[in-house]
Design a protein around this ligand. Structure first.
Ligand code: BDP
Length: 714
């Protein structure tokens, strides 16, 4: 149990023999081409029935009569109708949707397209692997067509903000030769109904477009295609002026220059020649040092449309990121980077081509432990939009802490922005329902690596699993998704499931409490690592993620009157709520307001006392995770048990480091004592690195964030 199989283990279920007779003996996969998703669905069903029940099935690729034995038929609705005649209860299916019926002697798994049929096969197997052999008959359709992952893989094989080793796609500047992991990843993603993967970093490199690498992208696409997964790529906006093998070298990348238009048209044609079903381009422009259209005084829409026009004849999409800001010129947005996205994009609403989707991070800053929903979701009703979520926990403990993320994502997906004083849930905006858009959806930054756990820890896979489920149905329930994932990953023992649910649901609140509560943001090192406490780094940096803390006050005044005006970017009802201290929820108080440490919260505590209390409470909760995890000993396999235990022990210790660093910092700054007399009351505590030990010497640790004060002893 090294984690490689993820939630697709097909482990035997208790009492499997009992069900064998009622299960299919024949699998009819209505496509004989080995690279087709329906063929793959047949193989998957064979493997699953064998693994879960020890049942050997015969796989056929044509309609036939196999006696009275139960069978399962998988294929598109069209192929099924040709072979068997019209379906009695013809389901309403849209692209990628499927019909699953386990009633009678024939299990029907029928997709609107081949991809849908494969999704249906995974759904059936997921039921069986969870011990569910009841009769069902239903159709299901995706809430949105864009269900993508982003993989921030660099061409040298490293991964930006990846915590699971090297890239499965690239090494030494080129696409790797061995596609085994890429294919396995496609299988996992297909089972959660992801339909496209952007394989390289948003901070992209022009050399991706070399003739050799286009061939490499083609090889990735070839192994992912049988799973219904399309490949997309991130572009470096200034590629035309970079030296790229096989491509012309221009002196400009101005999006309105005809030579640049031709350059992108040609490159796009070359890519589609090799990858006829390429999903499209992801573009980060004019942000964090990346070049873009503004470099030539062109608008972001002109930049996005450059690619949209090149892709349009091929059916590709441009996912254009709204994460546009300039870290060294904060004064443009009144010293508040949160203002940047709406300021940039709202005036351009209506100017983006039809195949452009604006990809918006869930909050206005950057994947923090708590953020209000980005106001941009309500500000560009004429544009297609997708939400960008982060599965790789960049600011949330980097796989050394476990944080189950769906409850955090749901604070945004379920948020009602009240555009035009009408219900405007973010989940209805991204699915296109609210503003009548055909395009929209989700992009998840996953960053899997070659580590066998995929993400760096076993439990983090619950976040990837849930991401796929939410991309399909943003109303899916955090607890139900976790229960399903747990059964598939660790088996059917009810006490394992209950413990996992209790533990996982407590992780995000605990992390928020010991890192940064009341909406102050994750008080992590902001300059480099984004790991570990470093409240000092939060102010007067060039990144504009500030807390504005001084001796008497804390929090960012984002109100309309005296503040940065950010609250005014929301539709009126929401703007009024956040603009007013009294109606701002405590958990976002310091996001929107600059207040005295002695300001009294709705819960009756002062800001500083609540800060102390919650940091202690959060760290105390993290201690209980160790015991909860230990209670699983013997109920799950030793390999994964031991691996995760190590992480929980680390998290328990590091949560105390977090707690003390934060409470001491604000205690020193404010001079306000802790009513419970905990803070600053450890006169005998000595930092490990201050101690002297005979026969040992200190040395500086690399990377520095893994040791207190960068120091260890040898
Ligand atoms: C930040 C990451 C940085 C990314 C950037 C982005 O720290 O590595 O390049 O977001 O999303 O969160 O472009």
């Amino acid at each position: 149990e090294n984690g490689l199989a993820g939630w697709l283990r097909y482990a035997p279920i208790p009492g499997a023999e009992r069900y064998r007779a009622q299960l299919p003996s024949h699998i009819v996969a209505l496509n004989a081409t080995a690279t087709s998703p329906v063929y793959v669905a047949g193989q998957e069903l064979e493997k699953g029935l064998q693994g879960i029940f020890g049942k050997q099935c015969t796989v056929h690729h044509a309609h036939g009569h196999w006696g009275a034995a139960p069978q399962v038929v998988v294929g598109t609705v069209d192929e099924y109708t040709k072979a068997y005649g019209a379906l009695a209860d013809a389901p309403e299916l849209i692209e990628d949707g499927f019909w699953l019926s386990t009633k009678g002697q024939t299990v029907q798994i029928l997709g609107q397209n081949e991809r849908g049929a494969l999704y249906g096969a995974f759904e059936y197997l997921s039921m069986l692997a969870q011990g569910n052999v009841t009769e069902v008959a239903y159709a299901t359709n995706p809430a949105a067509p864009v269900r993508w992952t982003n993989e921030w893989n660099n061409m040298d094989g490293s991964i930006e903000r990846g915590y699971a080793g090297a890239s499965i796609f690239f090494a030494n500047g080129v696409v790797v030769a061995n596609m085994t992991r890429a294919a396995e990843y496609a299988r996992l993603l297909s089972s959660i109904r992801i339909n496209a993967v952007v394989i390289n970093n948003v901070n992209a490199n022009a050399t991706l477009l070399s003739t050799q690498n286009i061939e490499g992208i083609g090889r990735v696409a070839d192994v992912m295609r049988p799973y219904g997964i399309q490949v997309g790529i991130s572009l470096y906006f200034a590629s035309p002026t970079s030296a790229v093998q096989g491509q012309q070298n221009l002196t400009t990348f101005d999006p309105l220059d005809p030579s640049v238009v031709t350059w992108w048209t040609n490159v796009t044609e070359k890519i589609y020649e090799r990858v006829p079903d390429m999903a499209g381009y992801l573009v980060k422009a004019n942000s964090e040092g990346q070049p873009g259209p503004i470099t030539y005084n062109r608008t972001l829409a002109e930049g996005a449309n450059l690619f949209a026009k090149a892709l349009q004849p091929h059916g590709g999409l441009v996912l254009f990121r709204a994460f546009v800001y300039n870290p060294i010129n904060e004064s443009v947005w009144k010293n508040d980077r949160a203002n940047a996205a709406v300021d940039f994009f709202q005036p351009l609403d209506g100017e983006f081509d039809d195949n452009v989707v604006i990809q918006i991070k869930y909050g206005p800053i950057d994947f923090q432990v708590r953020e209000p929903a980005s106001p941009l979701f309500a500000a560009i009703p004429k544009s297609n939009v997708a939400i960008e979520l982060q599965i790789t926990p960049e600011y949330l403990g980097q796989q050394c802490h476990h944080v189950y993320l769906p409850p955090l994502w749901k604070t945004v997906l379920d948020f009602d922005l009240r555009k035009d004083n009408e219900s405007s849930l973010v989940r209805d905006i991204i699915t296109g329902k609210r503003f009548n858009k055909k395009l929209g959806g989700s992009a998840g930054v996953v960053n899997v690596g070659t580590n066998q756990t995929w993400l760096g820890s076993h439990l983090s896979m619950s976040n990837l699993y849930a991401y796929g489920r939410l991309a399909w149905n943003p109303s899916d329930d955090s607890t139900v998704m976790l229960q399903d994932w747990t059964r598939l990953t660790f088996g059917l023992n009810p006490s394992v499931i209950d413990t996992m649910v209790q533990f996982s649901l407590e992780t995000w609140p605990a992390y928020e409490n010991y890192s940064g509560n009341l909406g102050i943001q994750t008080l992590t090192d902001i300059l480099y690592t984004h790991f570990g406490p470093n409240p000092q780094s939060q102010d007067n940096n060039t990144w504009g993620q500030w807390t504005r803390a001084d001796g008497t006050q804390i929090g960012m005044d984002r109100t309309i009157g005296n503040g940065t005006g950010f609250s005014g970017q929301y539709p009126p009802e929401i703007a009024a709520m956040y603009d007013n201290l009294a109606s701002t929820p405590d958990n976002l108080l310091l996001w929107f307001h600059h207040v005295n440490y002695t300001t009294v919260l709705k819960n009756g505590a002062t800001v500083i006392q609540d800060f102390y209390d919650q940091h202690y409470a959060g760290a105390a909760t993290a201690q209980t995770f160790v015991g909860m995890w230990q209670s699983l000993q013997g109920k799950i396999d030793t390999e994964r048990f031991t691996d995760q235990l190590f992480r929980q022990v680390f998290q328990a210790g590091h949560s105390i480091v977090w707690r003390d660093a934060i409470v001491n910092f604000y205690h020193n700054l404010s001079g306000i004592p802790d009513e419970a007399k905990r803070v600053g009351s450890h006169p005998y505590r000595i930092e490990a690195e201050s101690m002297v030990l005979d026969g040992y010497k200190t040395y500086a640790v690399q990377p520095f964030e893994v040791a207190s004060n960068f120091t260890a002893i040898v």
